[in-house]
Write a protein that binds this ligand. Structure first.
Ligand SMILES: Nc1ncnc2c1ncn2[C@@H]1O[C@H](COP(=O)(O)OP(=O)(O)O)[C@@H](O)[C@H]1O
Ligand SMILES: [Mg+2]
Length: 230
C-alpha cells in the first residue's frame, strides 16, 4: 500500500531525513516510533507532500507520488492528521469538518460514516472547535481527515496530551477504521504501551532513518531500551 524508499530531506543546511525506508501493507496499522527530534513529523509531512524531498521515493498503491502536490495525494486516497491537531478554534465542528472536503475527491458533503466512527461529534456540530476538550479536538482532527474517505491515514501523535480514557477511545476507533473500513494506518506514537495496542507493525527511527522494524510482537524490551527510552 505504502512504500518509502531512502527518503532524504533537509531544512536549510541540516539533513533531517537520511534515507528513511519503510513499508505499510494494505489494511495494516504501522506505528512509527522514536525519540523527540528524530524526524517523525518531517517524515509524515514528506509523505503527504507538505515538504519537498531531496531524494528517495514514495510509492502509494504502486504509484510514485514523490513529487505530487498534497491535494493530488489526498485525491488519490491519502489522509493526514497533523501533530498538535491544528483544528480551527473559531470555526464550528461542522465547518472544521467541511475544511477537510476541500482536499478531497469531489463530494460536497461530510459522509455520514464519519459519525459512525465519531458519534460524539454529531451532537456537537454547532459548537466551536476551540470549545471542545483536547480529546474531542483530536477526534475532530481525525474525523476531518476522514471526510475524503482515505485509504491511507497518516496520524502524527494523535494521543499526545490526551487523557488515558480518550486515548483508548481513539485507539479503538482507529482499529475499527482498519478492521471495518480497510484503512491502512501509519501512526506516529511515542508511548510504547499505546503503540503495542494500536499497531500490527512498528518502525523505529533514529536520526532521520528507520533503524529497526517488524511485527509488533517482536518489539522487545531490549529494543525499547536502546532506541526509545530517554
Ligand atoms: N521548520 C523547521 N526548520 C528547521 N528545522 C526543523 C524544522 N522542523 C523541524 N526541524 C528539526 O528537524 C528535526 C526533526 O524534527 P521532527 O521531524 O519534528 O521530529 P519528531 O517529530 O521526531 O520529534 C529536529 O531536529 C527539528 O529541530
Ligand atoms: Mg513530531
Amino acid at each position: 500500500m505504502l512504500k518509502v524508499e531512502g527518503l532524504v530531506q533537509c531544512y536549510g543546511g541540516s539533513n533531517i531525513l537520511r534515507g528513511a525506508t519503510l513499508a505499510a501493507g494494505e489494511g495494516r496499522r504501522l506505528c512509527v516510533m522514536g525519540r523527540n527530534g528524530v524526524g517523525k513529523t518531517t517524515l509524515m509531512k514528506c509523505l503527504m507532500g507538505l515538504l519537498p524531498v531531496r531524494g528517495g521515493r514514495i510509492l502509494f498503491r504502486g504509484r510514485d507520488v514523490t513529487s505530487l502536490a498534497p491535494e493530488r495525494r489526498a485525491r488519490l486516497g491519502m489522509g493526514y492528521v497533523p501533530q498538535g491537531r491544528q483544528i480551527f478554534p473559531l470555526l464550528t465542528v461542522e465547518e472544521n469538518l467541511r475544511t477537510g472536503l476541500a482536499a478531497g475527491r469531489g463530494g460536497g458533503s461530510v459522509p455520514e460514516s464519519v459519525f459512525l466512527f465519531f458519534p460524539v461529534l454529531k451532537e456537537m456540530l454547532r459548537r466551536r472547535g476551540g470549545d471542545l476538550s483536547g480529546g474531542q479536538q483530536q477526534q475532530l482532527a481525525v474525523a476531518r481527515a476522514l471526510v475524503t474517505s482515505p485509504e491511507l491515514l497518516l496520524l502524527d501523535e494523535p494521543t499526545e496530551g490526551i487523557q488515558p480514557n480518550i486515548v483508548e477511545e481513539i485507539v479503538g476507533t482507529v482499529k475499527r477504521l482498519s478492521s471495518e473500513g480497510g484503512v491502512t494506518v501509519v501512526h506516529v506514537e511515542q508511548k510504547v504501551q499505546v503503540a503495542r495496542k494500536a499497531g500490527d507493525d512498528y518502525a523505529i527511527m533514529e536520526r532521520g532513518a528507520v533503524v529497526d522494524s517488524g511485527g509488533m510482537d517482536g518489539l522487545s524490551e531490549e529494543k525499547i531500551r536502546s532506541y526509545l527510552s530517554v
